[in-house]
Structure formats: structure tokens, C-alpha cells
Write a protein that binds this ligand. Structure first.
Ligand code: NAP
Length: 287
């Protein structure tokens, strides 16, 4: 079997077109959706992520506010910036790029963002709402993965077994919740899971969010399964220095039914869902 590739760039472009239309409609009512991105320090990878997010906002017709703060910024200073953005009416979504320098508590920063502007879906109120099935913002990467499943016609996962590898608050846990809400039977695996390969082989939908290059190999995949690769790992220069996912694309594409590539898979969908969440936040503010 050769897996069908789920192209994140193509799907992202389609969804962004729809978002741009909705943005234009909101602008006609005098409201421009606005995203504030806060970057503390000068981590090169974070700078690239932040630049991409700001550029995506502009392309969708949204307003963006970029706040660059030096690495020595104190936690109190960062929380003051978040508070200012919480009260800024042209800002509908706030994203603080992580990681922040070690002397700042990520938990404190997440808790400081008002849930109405929590477009990253990390606030305990947002996470709790997802858990109990109430409206609230959901982390962009798992939302993007669900859009990919929808795009291949997998909206209701009743009778399907989904296996998520990874239990982070950013990806693994919200992913598992979304799959559960879509009626899948869900298994969450992590570093303490016994016989991971056997767990994975049960999956009709396998989501890898581990952070280990080419960790999922063909022998771990049920023939015909849908495999979503969330991982973004840079190989050492000695191995070519390129970006690869958590899935060994070459071998798994011989077994899986559908597979997302890295790059060009979940990554573009994540930014797209950030735009969508910001649009939703602006609509809610308009109401
Ligand atoms: P994370 O916080 O480091 O979580 C990794 C998870 O993998 C943990 O739950 C860990 O288990 C589990 N794990 C580690 N080794 C394992 C093993 N040998 N067997 C089974 N499970 C194992 O990472 P994350 O933030 O969720 O991100 C995961 C990956 O996705 C990274 O490569 C990241 O760069 C990427 N990512 C991509 C996007 C995107 O837009 N495409 C967005 C976010 C993240 P324990 O909990 O037991 O330690």
C-alpha cells in the first residue's frame, strides 16, 4: 500500500481563503481581528515562528501587534505587558511564544492571559472547557489535526480506535479530548507505556506527538491506518540537518492509508488554526 499524503499546505490555503472572507466581512462592520504576539529573548527558532504568524495575519487581512522583549525581562514586566494586551480593544487574541527564559514561569504567563483572548487554548479555563465539552479556545495544533481528519471525511470516529503518543498540555491531551469528542475510542501513550508498538498497531488513527525523529516505524502501524505526524525535529548536521517528523515517512507510507508529511503537514495547519481562533475571538468581542 502507498499512503495518500494529506497535504497541509493545500488544506491550509483552502481554510485561510475562507478565513480571509470572514475577516473581510467583520472589517466591513468596523472590526479588524487582531492578534498580539509576544516574544521574550532572541531564540532563533521562536523568531521564525513569530515572523510566520505575523505574516499569516497580514495575509488574512488581520491586524497584528508584535511585542519583542529582551531576554532579561522579569516575570512581573511580562505579566504587565500581558495585562495591557488583555485590556487593549484592538487585540482579540494573545499569544506568548514559548519557551520563555527560565526565570519566567510559563504557568504564570498562561494564567495571566484572559480566557477570552487565549487563542493558544492553554489557560486552565480553556483546558477545562475542552474537558467538559463547553465552548472555549482549543490549542491550535490538535485543532489543525482534526481539520485534516475532516478533510479526508473522518468527522465521526465512532467505532474507530485512535492512539495518541504524547500527553503534553499543548498537543497530546487536547488531541485526545478532541478525538474523544469525535466519538473515537482513545488510548494515550507516553514514556511509561509498555509495548508501545502493540498499542500503536491497534490504531485506526495514529497521532504522533513525541518529539523524536522517525520514531514511528512501519512495524508500529496497522495497514490502512491514518497517521498524523505532529513532530518537528531537526536532524544533526551530520545527518543532513533537515526537518523530519516523528514518523519514518518512507517506511510508514508503505503501510498507512493516509499520512501527513513533515514539513508541509500539521505545521501550516497550526498557524491556520491560530488565525481561526483569532477570528472567533474577534467575533465574540463583536457580540
Ligand atoms: P513534549 O511536551 O516534549 O511531549 C512529548 C511527549 O512524548 C511526552 O508526553 C512524552 O511522554 C512522550 N514521549 C517521549 N518519549 C517517548 C517514548 N519513548 N515513548 C512514548 N512516548 C514518549 O512535546 P510536545 O510539545 O507535545 O511536542 C511534540 C512534538 O510535536 C515535538 O516534535 C514538537 O516540536 C512538535 N510540535 C509541532 C507542532 C506543529 O505545529 N506541527 C506544534 C507543537 C509541537 P512523558 O509525558 O511520559 O514524558
Amino acid at each position: 500500500m502507498t499512503a495518500i499524503r494529506i497535504d497541509g499546505n493545500v488544506l491550509a490555503a483552502k481554510v485561510r481563503e475562507r478565513i480571509a472572507i470572514d475577516v473581510a466581512a467583520l472589517k466591513a462592520k468596523g472590526i479588524t481581528p487582531g492578534l498580539a504576539v509576544v516574544l521574550v529573548g532572541d531564540d532563533p527558532a521562536s523568531q521564525v515562528y513569530v515572523r510566520n504568524k505575523v505574516a499569516a495575519c497580514a495575509k488574512a487581512g488581520m491586524h497584528s501587534v508584535m511585542r519583542r522583549l529582551p531576554a532579561e525581562t522579569t516575570q512581573a514586566e511580562l505579566l504587565a505587558v500581558v495585562d495591557e494586551l488583555n485590556h487593549d480593544t484592538v487585540v482579540h487574541g494573545i499569544l506568548v511564544q514559548f519557551p520563555v527564559p527560565k526565570h519566567i514561569s510559563e504557568r504564570a504567563v498562561i494564567a495571566a492571559i484572559t480566557p477570552e483572548k487565549d487563542v493558544d487554548g492553554l489557560h486552565p479555563e480553556s483546558a477545562g472547557a475542552l474537558m467538559i465539552g463547553e465552548p472555549g479556545f482549543v490549542s491550535c495544533t490538535p485543532l489543525g489535526c482534526m481539520e485534516m481528519l475532516k478533510d479526508i471525511g473522518m468527522t465521526d470516529l465512532r467505532g474507530k480506535h485512535a492512539v495518541v503518543i504524547g500527553r503534553s498540555n499543548l498537543v497530546g491531551k487536547p488531541m485526545a479530548m478532541l478525538l474523544l469528542h469525535a466519538n473515537a475510542t482513545v488510548t494515550i501513550c507516553h514514556s511509561g507505556t509498555k509495548d508501545l508498538a502493540a498499542q500503536c498497531r491497534q490504531a485506526d488513527v495514529l497521532v504522533a506527538a513525541v518529539g523524536k525523529p522517525r520514531f514511528i516505524t512501519a512495524d508500529m502501524v496497522k495497514p490502512g491506518a491514518v497517521v498524523i505526524d505532529v513532530g518537528i525535529n531537526r536532524l544533526p548536521e551530520s545527518e543532513g540537518g533537515k526537518l523530519v517528523g516523528d514518523v519514518d515517512f518512507a517506511s510508514v507510507s508503505e503501510v498507512a492509508g493516509y499520512l501527513t508529511p513533515v514539513p508541509g503537514g500539521v505545521g501550516p495547519m497550526t498557524i491556520t488554526m491560530l488565525l481561526q481562533n483569532t477570528l472567533v475571538a474577534a467575533n465574540l468581542a463583536a457580540e
